[in-house]
Design a protein around this ligand. Structure first.
Ligand code: KG4
Ligand code: ZN
Length: 336
């Protein structure tokens, strides 16, 4: 079975074709990050317009890479939510129209389902059941995954998502958007012992998260070290970034450990933009060894938004006989 996948939920236009026998046949990705960086965050209207500009050329490129004629797929999968409504509509209406023209089924995929299955695109993929930590710009969730479509929420953030906290902390220190990779870069040059940030909600049972307090802590620490002009010296930025990253990573690791113990599962999957974080991977590697469990993640370009994860999730849904009727449905808010 061969499925075309389209991702346009936020600021990346992603297209890919996944074949259940041969794996990924071709993929193409365009990131709007540079355009939005100027505004310090994603501007929804600009995002939609850029998806319109980029989607058809990327479709051309993907079919060419796969060596296929247009329409030579069994279904078209597209991200139908959650995300920015205008951005979602671009992928949904293009995907649905192509499916209709080609007489093939269309499959609306949950963006976070795409993320959580993305590590299955790698060699030595995890097998069901597993625990998944979804950490992106919009979500922080611990999920018990028993199979395709069988997801039980174990815990989630009560306020900011982990990626959002990275982005906001970066902004407070004058670093560009998206802040996650820049915090990580500065943290690598920082002294992890100069500041100690709290590990929110780890002193009580449960698997929920809260990152808004850490944000305030970051702001207060930054403000108390600014010079008269309001700027921070480079080393202080690195040290705050290190303390912040350490606190987030530690908190995530504690909750992941609880989720493994709670389910008795021996496989932990991390997915979403923040799963690209090197420190998080190192810290979780140590934790899973102690738990005699295994850690799985996607290659860096498939941690952040991409079309391959949507093509893959669509293919699994098609195999399971799950696809939609003809209405174009986009859900800006949609629980997994
Ligand atoms: O999954 P994603 O591309 O988009 C959403 O679905 O939200 O995640 C983007 C988020 C951003 O908040 C970005 O700062 C964060 O992932 N991110 C990272 C890293 N790379 C991306 N956060 C920490 N460390 C990284 N290396
Ligand atoms: Zn995402």
């Amino acid at each position: 079975m061969r499925v075309l996948g389209i991702e346009t939920s936020c600021d990346e236009t992603g297209v890919a074709i996944y074949d259940s026998e041969k794996g990924l046949l071709g993929d193409a990705l365009y990131s709007q990050v540079k355009m939005h960086a100027e505004y310090g965050g994603v501007v929804p209207e600009l995002a939609s317009r850029d998806h319109v500009r980029k989607l058809l050329p990327l479709l051309d490129e993907t079919f060419a890479k796969a060596g296929l004629e247009k329409g030579d797929v069994d279904a078209v999968a597209y991200t139908s939510g959650p995300g920015l409504i205008g951005a979602l509509m671009v992928g949904a209406s293009t995907g649905r129209s192509m499916a209709m023209a080609w007489g093939k089924p269309a499959i609306g995929v949950h963006h976070m389902e795409g993320h959580l299955l993305a590590p299955m695109l790698e060699e030595n993929p995890p097998e069901f059941p597993f625990v998944a930590l979804l950490v992106s710009g919009g979500h922080t969730q611990l999920v018990q995954v028993d199979g395709i479509g069988h997801y039980t929420l174990l815990g989630e953030s009560l306020d900011d998502a982990a990626g959002e906290a990275f982005d906001k902390a970066a902004k407070m220190m004058g670093l560009d958007y998206p802040g996650g990779p820049l915090i990580a870069k500065h943290a690598a040059m920082g002294d992890r012992t100069r500041f100690r940030f709290p590990r929110p909600m780890t002193d009580r049972p449960g698997m929920d998260f809260s990152f808004s307090g850490l944000k305030t802590f970051t702001l207060n620490t930054a403000n108390s070290h600014r010079d008269e002009a309001g700027t921070l010296d480079k080393q202080t930025i690195c040290d705050i970034a290190a303390a912040f990253e350490e606190a987030v990573v530690d908190t995530l690791a504690i909750k992941c450990r609880r989720a493994l113990q709670h389910t008795g599962f021996k496989q932990l999957v991390i997915a979403g933009g923040v799963s690209a974080n090197q420190r998080l991977r190192e810290r979780l590697d140590v934790m899973v060894q102690k738990e005699r469990a295994e850690l799985f993640y996607a290659r860096p370009e498939f941690c952040t938004d991409n079309g391959a994860m949507i093509a893959f999730a669509g293919c699994q849904r098609l195999k399971a006989g799950l696809h939609d009727d003809l209405t174009i449905v986009t859900k800006p808010r949609w629980p997994l």
